[in-house]
Design a protein around this ligand. Structure first.
Ligand code: SAH
Ligand code: SF4
Ligand code: F3S
Length: 442
C-alpha cells in the first residue's frame, strides 16, 4: 500500500520572477508525473532548490539552506535533493556543490528533464547531474502549477544579450530568445478563460522583445495584442532597459488602457563614467529625457528603479551623481544593491574594487534618501481615490486584504474576502514608505 502513496515535492524558489515562473513549470511537470505538493519541506520526498546567483549574498543564503536540508536526509535517506536554476549553470558553483552534495542537478535550459532526472536518481541511487551549457529549443505548452489563478507571469522572452559588465545573468540564462507572438497570445487567452485577470509579461529586457528571432511584432505591438484579449484587465511588464524605451513604446503604454501606469526601468548608476563602465549604453541626460517623455505622455506613471552602489572605481563624486539622479527623478520605489563581484563577469576583474565599509555607508545613505522620497510621494496620495485590484489576504495582517494600484503600490484595506479578485476603488487614508492604507469606496 505504502508504494501507492503519491510522492511529495517542495520547491524553494530564490531570485527573480523568471525563477518563480520556472518553479511553476517544474511543479506542473512533477504533478503530471504523479507527484503532489508537500504541505511542508519535512514531509517531502523531493526537495528542489531553484537558485539565483545574481549576488554573492543570494548564493550564500542558498548554501546555508542546503546544509540545513541535507541534515533532513539523516532521518530520511530516501529524500532526494535537487538543485537547478542559475547557480547550476556556473562552473565555480558546481565545484562547491560537488563538495556539499546534491542528488540531482539541472540547469536553466533543461528544466523539463527534472521528472526524468529525479526518477533516474531514485531508481539507481546515484547522483544525476545534467546541465546544458547552451540554450536548446524553447518548448511551448508546459504544464504549470500556478499558485495564483487571478494574476499570472508570462514569459515573452528568455536570456539576455546586454552583458552589463557586473551581471551574471547572460551567462546563466543564455542569449536572448523571443517567443512567437501567437504563442504568447494563446497562453494569455487560455489564462483568461481560466479566470486570470492580470498578466505580467516577463523578460530580462522586455522592451527589446521581437528583435531576436525576427518576430513580426515588437514589444509595443505585443502590448496592443494583449490589450485586445477579453477577460484580461491589467497588463504589467518587467524589466525595461532605458536604451530600448522607444517613443512607440511610450505611446503604446499611453493608449492601451489595460497597460498599467508603471515602468521598472533600472538606472543602476547616476554617473556617466560608471554607466559606461557598466556597459549600460545610455547617459544620465538620456535617462532624464526619457523620464520627462514618460511623465508628459502618461500622467501619474510610476517609475521604479534598481540602483547599485560600489561598482569598481566608483568615486565619492560618482556616488553623489547617483544621489543627485535619485533626488531629481524622485523614483516611486527603488531596489538598492551593494555591488557584488561575480566570477566570469568583466567588472569582477577590475582592480579598483571598493572596500565593503565604503559600499555599506553609501548604501545606507542612498536608502535613507530613497525611502524619504517614497514616503513623501505616498503621503501625497492621502485623500485620493485609487483603482485597485484586490489580490488576497494581507501578508502582515491576516484580518486585512492586500490590493494593488495601477501604479503598483500596495494598499492594505479592511474588506470582505469576497472582494478578492475584484477591481474596486479605495480612498487612501495613509501613505507609508512601502505601502498605503485605504478604505473601500462604495
Ligand atoms: N534584467 C534586469 C534585471 C537583472 S538582475 C535588468 O536589466 O534590470 C536585477 C538587478 O540586480 C539588476 O537590475 C541590478 O541592479 C542588480 N545586480 C545585477 N548584478 C549585480 C551585481 N553583480 N551586484 C549587485 N547588484 C547586481
Ligand atoms: Fe543583467 Fe544587464 Fe541583462 Fe539586466 S540587461 S539581465 S542587468 S546583463
Ligand atoms: Fe537570479 Fe537568475 Fe533571476 S541569477 S535574478 S534567478 S535570472
Amino acid at each position: 500500500m505504502e508504494q501507492n502513496k503519491p510522492l511529495k515535492y517542495h520547491i524553494y524558489t530564490y531570485g527573480c520572477q523568471m525563477n518563480v515562473r520556472d518553479s511553476e513549470i517544474i511543479g506542473g511537470l512533477l504533478e503530471d508525473n504523479g507527484y503532489e505538493e508537500a504541505s511542508s519541506p519535512e514531509s517531502a520526498d523531493l526537495i528542489l532548490f531553484n537558485t539565483c546567483s545574481v549576488r554573492h549574498s543570494a548564493e550564500n543564503k542558498i548554501y546555508g539552506k542546503l546544509g540545513e536540508i541535507n541534515l533532513l536526509k539523516r532521518n530520511n535517506p530516501e529524500l532526494i535533493v535537487a538543485l537547478g536554476g542559475c547557480m547550476a549553470q556556473l562552473p565555480d558553483c558546481r565545484q562547491k556543490l560537488k563538495k556539499i552534495g546534491v542528488d540531482v542537478l539541472f540547469g536553466t535550459h533543461n528544466l523539463y528533464e527534472v521528472p526524468f532526472l529525479v526518477s533516474k536518481s531514485r531508481e539507481t541511487g546515484e547522483k544525476v547531474w545534467q546541465v546544458w551549457d547552451e540554450e536548446g529549443r524553447e518548448i511551448e505548452e508546459f504544464p504549470a502549477n500556478r499558485h495564483n489563478g487571478l494574476s499570472a507571469f508570462v514569459n515573452i522572452m528568455y536570456g539576455c544579450n546586454n552583458f552589463c559588465s557586473y551581471c551574471i545573468v547572460p551567462y546563466t540564462r543564455g542569449r536572448e530568445r523571443s517567443r512567437k507572438p501567437e504563442d504568447i497570445i494563446n497562453e494569455i487567452q487560455q489564462l483568461a478563460e481560466q479566470g486570470c485577470r492580470e498578466v505580467t509579461l516577463l523578460g530580462q529586457n522586455v522592451n527589446s522583445y521581437g528583435k531576436t528571432n525576427n518576430q513580426d511584432a515588437d514589444f509595443a505591438d505585443l502590448l496592443g495584442l494583449v490589450n485586445g484579449i477579453d477577460g484580461i484587465e491589467r497588463i504589467r511588464f518587467t524589466t525595461s532597459h532605458p536604451k530600448d524605451m522607444s517613443d512607440k513604446l511610450i505611446e503604446a503604454i499611453a493608449v492601451n488602457h489595460k497597460v498599467c501606469e508603471h515602468v521598472h526601468v533600472p538606472l543602476q548608476a547616476g554617473s556617466n563614467r560608471i554607466l559606461q563602465k557598466m556597459n549600460r549604453k545610455y547617459t544620465r541626460e538620456h535617462y532624464l529625457e526619457l523620464v520627462g517623455k514618460m511623465r508628459d505622455r502618461i500622467p501619474g506613471i510610476a517609475i521604479t528603479s534598481d540602483l547599485i552602489v560600489g561598482f569598481p572605481g566608483e568615486s565619492d563624486q560618482d556616488f553623489r551623481d547617483t544621489l543627485d539622479m535619485v533626488n531629481t527623478v524622485r523614483f516611486d520605489a527603488a531596489f538598492t544593491f551593494l555591488y557584488s563581484p561575480r566570477q566570469g563577469t568583466k567588472a569582477a576583474d577590475l582592480i579598483d574594487q571598493i572596500p565593503i565599509e565604503v559600499k555599506k555607508s553609501r548604501l545606507n545613505e542612498l536608502m535613507t534618501v530613497q525611502y524619504q522620497i517614497a514616503k513623501e510621494i505616498n503621503t501625497s496620495l492621502e485623500g485620493s481615490i485609487q483603482e485597485v485590484f484586490v489580490e488576497g489576504p494581507s501578508k502582515t495582517n491576516a484580518e486585512k486584504l492586500m490590493a494593488r494600484t495601477r501604479t503598483n503600490r500596495i494598499v492594505i484595506i479592511s474588506a470582505a474576502k469576497d472582494l478578492i479578485g475584484q477591481i474596486i476603488h479605495v480612498k487612501i487614508t495613509e501613505g507609508k514608505t512601502f505601502s498605503l492604507m485605504g478604505d473601500v469606496v462604495i
